[in-house]
Design a protein around this ligand. Structure first.
Ligand SMILES: Nc1ncnc2c1ncn2[C@@H]1O[C@H](COP(=O)(O)OP(=O)(O)OP(=O)(O)O)[C@@H](O)[C@H]1O
Ligand SMILES: [Mg+2]
Length: 323
């Protein structure tokens, strides 16, 4: 078999804080095959964005990747210099951020901002070709009158349309991996559904692109992704095909997440959010970080940190209950 598109090996990313070292990503190992779609879920603060930023090598200093390795598309990302990373970003590796207003620059037109990606990576393209390519891309992401709207500024677009523009910029060079970090949370519900549908269609029509979709909504990733990785307090606690996770979750944390998915067949108010709070990333509890919130915790869970183990083909879980 050929090498996976992405191999993350024991990655640790930390931020120095006044209270001490904050471990946002705590020894994550994960592989992604070419063209695969993986959902990354977990409560707020579990380290999903920092994991994505680590792969992009965009962690804000003084935060930094302290150890581990990332192989992507034949490159060892942590050994590349900044110029090498810049060559990959946009062209092979792209990230879509949660908030479109923070990504788009208010003083440049939409057309200019998307063309910027082309100017950087394919300087041989003529301005006319670039214009054509940008128009085509805006058209693909569902922006009406793309040819004219090219000359508009971000504030002339609604939030949903801005997010479409960002998706266009991320996908214009057919990257091999797109990390979409909560691409719809800033949008209202109807527009959210449209954007997710757009991402799904773009992915299906784009045979070379793999996607990591970050979300705290297991329902959404269950529909969109082939595989799901569940993150808790910087650790991956369960990784499995989407159907397996939804039908038969193994980790008590995943069980809790699934119980909190709103469902039509359950009464409003029947949602059961997981009791307790996310482990403190500066001084996490010893043993399994989830143990203080876990109804099944036993002695070993309070002293020994479980590692992610394969329990069935394609299924991994980090939990002493499944040893
Ligand atoms: N720039 C930063 N400086 C200090 N701490 C940070 C920084 N960015 C993230 N963190 C911390 O790292 C941890 C993981 O944060 P992260 O943003 O990755 O969570 P998340 O899973 O993406 O949450 P959300 O669902 O809210 O987006 C949190 O404790 C957060 O406070
Ligand atoms: Mg986040």
């Amino acid at each position: 078999m050929s090498e996976p598109l992405l191999t993350i090996d024991n990655l640790v990313t930390r931020f120095p804080t006044k209270r001490g070292r904050l471990t946002a990503v705590d020894g994550v190992s994960l592989t992604l095959e070419r063209r695969e779609s993986l959902g990354l879920v977990g409560e707020s603060g579990s380290g999903k964005s920092v994991l994505g930023l680590s792969v992009m090598r965009l962690v804000q200093p003084p935060g930094k990747i302290e150890s581990g390795a990332i192989r992507f598309d034949g490159h060892s990302l942590l050994d590349l210099d900044e110029e090498g990373m810049r060559q990959l970003r946009g062209r092979r590796l792209a990230m879509i951020f949660q908030d479109p207003t923070a990504t788009l620059n208010p003083v440049f037109t939409i057309g200019e901002q998307i063309a910027e990606v082309l100017r950087w990576h394919t300087p041989e393209m003529s301005p006319a070709e670039m214009r054509e390519r940008v128009t085509e891309m805006l058209d693909r992401v569902g922006i009406p009158n793309a040819g004219r709207r090219l000359n508009d500024y971000p504030h002339e677009f609604s939030g949903g349309m801005q997010q479409r523009v960002i998706i266009a910029a991320a996908l214009i060079l057919n990257p091999h991996l797109v990390i979409a970090d909560e691409p719809t949370t800033a949008l209202d519900v109807t527009v959210q559904a449209q954007i997710l549908d757009l991402l799904r269609r773009l992915k299906d029509g784009e045979p070379e692109t793999a996607i990591i979709l970050v979300s705290h909504d297991l329902g959404v990733v269950g529909e969109m992704c082939e595989r799901i990785a569940v993150m808790y307090a910087g650790n991956l606690v369960e990784v499995a095909p989407a159907d397996d996770i939804l039908d038969d979750p193994k980790h008590p944390y995943t069980v809790g997440l699934i119980a909190s998915i709103p469902r039509l067949d359950r009464e409003v108010g029947a949602l059961s959010p997981i009791p307790g709070r996310l482990a403190d990333p500066v001084s996490p509890p010893p043993g399994c970080k989830f143990n203080p919130r876990c109804a099944h915790a036993f002695d070993r869970c309070r002293v020994e940190r479980p590692v992610l183990k394969t329990i069935a083909p394609g299924r991994q879980v980090a939990c002493h209950l499944h040893d």
